[in-house]
Design a protein around this ligand. Structure first.
Ligand SMILES: Nc1ncnc2c1ncn2[C@@H]1O[C@H](COP(=O)(O)OP(=O)(O)OP(=O)(O)O)[C@@H](O)[C@H]1O
Ligand SMILES: [Mg+2]
Length: 250
């Protein structure tokens, strides 16, 4: 049995009369890349918000890295969230800040590092995502879409997170940039000094998902209808997933 980074047990989430997540259970393994696939409206983002403690389950238990997330108070949540890196759609950089200031932002907020040490860490992070010092003092508008993603990832990695969450990391990108981002997710998730890094991706991009994931979960109307290693997932006989796979791979 693999150790779980995220453990959801019988989670139900209701908004009024609407049940968004239904008695959902999943064990997301530590140190692996897991993708949550599903049609629009299935509840993927809602599930991810539970992971960050932004939303509380109506029923059920959620344990992440040893924390009972719904029971954390505000102060505990703040500390807990430091253990996450989050790469948002379109990278969500601060437009008026340079690469350096974007990446240094969480470091300044959460650590007591001196200026020199911050610069060193930012340079280290830039190299880790395949950028040179040339990008250091450029604004997001002076970078390509792919470079912006790299800066976003460097910022997500700044506090050495244990869990990296990616929300639709390649939606809206051209095929070449998409490939670059996917390669980046794989190398980030697999480099030696990050063997403990758990990556969780939300996606509709089935091709990329099959290439980069260790495990794939399929969420359908608030229920996990399949969760298996990628090889097995490809051969699923579940009709809904077959349809999804066949629709998007031909
Ligand atoms: N705060 C909220 N209040 C009421 N309903 C909500 C709220 N947040 C989400 N929902 C509903 O929950 C359902 C699932 O939404 P969610 O954003 O989790 O879907 P998703 O799988 O991420 O979809 P997409 O792929 O389009 O991003 C939707 O029907 C949505 O309207
Ligand atoms: Mg969503």
């Amino acid at each position: 049995m693999l150790e779980s980074a995220i453990s959801c047990r019988n989670i139900t989430k209701k908004y009024g009369e609407h049940t968004i997540l239904k008695n959902l259970s999943i064990e997301i393994p530590k140190g692996k890349i897991t993708t949550i696939l599903g049609y629009s409206g299935a509840g993927k983002s809602t599930l991810m918000k539970h992971f960050l403690g932004l939303v509380k389950p109506t029923k059920g238990e959620l344990t992440i890295l040893g924390n009972e997330v719904p029971n954390l108070n505000d102060d505990e949540l703040r500390k807990f969230r430091k253990r996450f890196g989050m790469l948002f759609q379109y990278a969500a950089l601060f437009d008026s800040l340079t690469t350096y200031d974007n990446i240094a932002f969480p470091i300044k907020e959460f650590t007591k590092l001196k200026k020199k040490e911050i610069l060193k860490r930012v340079q280290e992070l830039l190299r880790a995502v395949g950028l040179s010092d040339e990008s250091l003092y450029k604004l997001p508008s002076e970078l390509s879409g792919g470079m912006r993603k790299r800066v976003g990832l460097a910022r997500a990695l700044a506090l050495r997170p244990e869990i990296l969450l990616y929300d639709e990391p390649t939606t809206g990108l051209d095929p070449i940039t998409t490939k670059m981002v996917n390669d980046l997710i794989t190398t980030t998730g697999r480099t030696e000094n990050t063997t403990e890094l758990t990556s969780v991706i939300i996606s509709h991009d089935i091709q990329a998902t099959l290439k980069i994931s260790d495990y794939i979960a399929f969420l359908e109307r608030g229920e996990i209808i399949e969760f298996s290693p990628t090889k097995e997932f490809k051969n699923t006989t579940h009709p809904t997933i077959r349809k999804f796979l066949d629709l998007t791979t031909h």
